[in-house]
Design a protein. Structure first.
Length: 633
């Protein structure tokens, strides 16, 4: 029952966003994109409404707002139904049915995207059912942990944020969750949760880690779906860049990937945060709505704070675009100024509030100095910093960014595993192979889709770097965020992709760059390989986000085989559905691309890589000199 209520809740959230998009943002959002923007707009609106209703002690406003939106939909129904006779993209990327009749490519992509979202939701439900039967746990939280390796505090963070606000507690007078700080993460996820719990009258309580069963399962299902909406950002953005064929490849690759399935099943607010950011990039490419771009960036940040480095890179790209026609045209100074001012106000408000309430945000000192959460809240910053520099030499601190950058591109787990297998110090079996596959996806940027996808992603990087202005785009979307992470995340797993989700979208871009022009048979071969790797990771990995136990096939009883079979069938259906859609597509008709000689392209790409390495070396060198001030001469 809770699964249906959660699905209906996301449909309601989408309807709220649809009304807002049609009535308030129709000038910036095209008709064919409206449905993709609707859930993101609805999430922001529901979160803001919950904040107003709870802090004004008027929770009835939530129900009244939903009724008001329904009334507005009736009053403006003609306007909501209105749409352009022919979507713009139909003229550039036609599709044909097998019978020769014309298909609307916008409907084709939307149909496959919605199917993929529901299919992944079905996979999450089935996998949860399978794992809780094979590895019985005392409650649902530990069942989800056995499936994903996601710790209870991370699973339940939005729940505790919502409960904290609902009970009108005040930080720092009232304690939050164990030793955690309320302001470790922005609160939008908590207010979205609060909106629906208040709307449906579900219990939002917790006593010594005991949660009401019906509310708990609804919470997990809700966040499974909200994370799956990432596909609603992938589809229109990749369609804008590569046409409908490229978008279908990107959606299918994401839906069957092991990292995506495991991370979203953990109810983390990770992929849900990247979704509005992708929509902001889409608006930038269409040169529309700088203020709306900034608002979507703020929604992204307020769902999860790890988006901040990528927001900085996005802003830098817009500054570059003032002078260079990066997306085919230059942007106006007024647009960049509006984006920057709106973004600074919306995102900067969070830091002002944190300063005002006196939160130390212990996660910040965890990343900077390796401090524990309790230590970060109880000790002065100077003492924490001194302890960090006392236990690390100047050379080791200076090399932190270098080590993290190298490990972000070298599949170290694979290298170590191959060495162990060759020397017979570690047995080769399905579980150790699954551990290597998932660890590579989690820690290596180029393996974010799958280890088998890494060679094509790397080839796509070289192909793109040979293009005009590619260096500026790479600097903004990759190098600047990566340097920020490398310099300030001074921990051993700085580039864990379950936190830095936007790297997944970058891998998708490079992946589709190569695959979109290939014959459907070759594309399908690679999709099958990614899907196979995803199945192996999801079922057999013993080390996910924390060590858990992967499945042993002899543990599964005959009664439980249908859970396993259903998961495999749903995964296969996504790949088969992608194949069917790809066979309907026709290559884009247009002017031939500018072809650069292979060796010349490699020289251009190599030169840009060398420039990037020089920038990295210069920044790290300057910072190393700065670190000298913390060490006695």
């Amino acid at each position: 029952m809770e699964e249906i209520v959660a699905l209906f809740s996301v449909c309601l959230l989408t309807a709220i966003g649809w009304v807002a998009a049609k009535l308030c943002f129709a000038r910036f959002i095209s008709d064919e994109n409206c449905v993709y923007f609707a859930p993101a707009l609805g999430a922001g609106i529901c979160g803001v409404l919950a904040y107003i209703a709870i802090h004004s002690y008027q929770p009835w406003l939530i129900g009244a707002f939903v009724i008001a939106v329904g009334g507005a939909a009736l009053v403006f129904r003609k306007r909501l139904r209105g749409g352009s006779a022919a979507p713009r993209a139909m003229t550039t990327s036609p599709s044909l049915s097998s019978s020769g009749g014309a298909l609307d490519p916008a409907r084709q992509l939307l149909r496959f995207t919605i199917f993929s979202i529901l299919a992944v939701y079905g996979m999450q439900i089935v996998l949860y059912g399978l794992f809780r039967r094979v590895y019985p746990a005392p409650d649902e939280i530990w069942s989800v942990f056995n499936l994903t390796g996601v710790t209870p505090p991370d699973q339940m963070f939005a729940w505790h944020q919502a409960m904290y606000a609902d009970q009108h507690r005040h930080y720092p007078q009232d304690p939050f969750l164990n030793d955690m700080d309320l302001y470790d993460r922005p609160h939008l996820g908590g207010y979205i949760t609060l909106f629906f719990f208040r709307l449906w009258g579900l219990p939002l309580t917790e006593q010594k880690a005991v949660y009401p069963a019906d509310g708990l399962h609804f919470y997990h299902c809700l966040w499974w779906l909200l994370n799956n909406l990432y596909l609603m950002g992938v589809a229109p953005l990749l369609r804008k860049l590569f046409g409908y064929r490229g978008a279908i490849i990107a959606v299918a690759t994401t839906a069957v990937g092991g990292l995506f399935v495991i991370c979203t099943a953990g109810s983390w607010m990770k992929f849900a945060a990247a979704y509005p950011f992708l929509l902001a990039v889409l608006l930038y490419l269409e040169n529309q709505g700088p203020m709306l771009q900034a608002a979507l960036c703020a929604v992204s940040y307020y769902i999860h704070g790890s988006m901040l480095p990528f927001l900085a890179g996005f802003g830098l790209l817009q500054v570059f675009n003032l002078r260079y026609p990066i997306n085919g045209r230059k942007v106006r100074l007024q647009s960049v100024a509006v984006f920057a001012a709106t973004g600074v106000v919306l995102v900067g408000a969070w830091f002002l509030v944190v300063r005002w309430v006196g939160s130390k945000q212990p996660l910040l000192y965890y990343y900077l100095y390796g401090a524990g959460l309790t230590e970060a809240q109880t000790k002065p910053v100077t003492e924490i910093a001194k302890a960090f520099y006392d236990r690390n030499s100047w050379a080791s601190v200076s090399l932190f960014p270098v080590n993290n950058l190298i490990s972000s591109w070298l599949p170290i787990e694979l290298i170590l595993a191959v060495k162990a297998w060759l020397t017979s110090t570690r047995p080769f079996n399905l579980h150790t192979a699954a551990n290597v596959l998932f660890a590579s996806q989690r820690f290596c940027v180029e393996c974010g889709l799958a280890l088998v996808a890494a060679p094509i992603v790397i080839a796509g990087a070289f192909k793109n770097l040979a293009k005009e202005h590619a260096g500026k785009i790479a600097l903004a979307f990759y190098l600047v965020p990566t340097l920020l992470v490398a310099l300030f995340y001074r921990i051993g797993w700085a580039f864990s992709l379950h936190i830095l989700i936007p790297y997944h979208a970058l891998c998708l871009f490079l992946w589709v760059t190569m695959l979109r022009a290939w014959p459907t048979s070759r594309v399908m071969l690679w999709l099958w390989l990614v899907a196979l790797e995803g199945v192996v990771c999801v079922l057999f990995t013993d080390f996910r986000f924390l060590p858990v136990k992967g499945l042993e096939l002899n543990q599964i009883s005959v009664e439980q085989l249908w859970w396993l079979g259903t998961y495999v069938i749903v995964t296969v259906s996504i790949v088969l559905g992608a194949g069917w859609e790809l066979r309907q597509s026709v290559p884009i008709v247009g002017p031939p691309p500018i072809v650069i000689a292979r060796w010349r392209a490699l020289r251009i790409a190599g030169a840009k890589l060398l420039i990037g390495l020089a920038v990295i070396a210069a920044v790290i060198g300057v910072l190393s000199i700065y670190y000298l001030r913390f060490y006695p001469r």
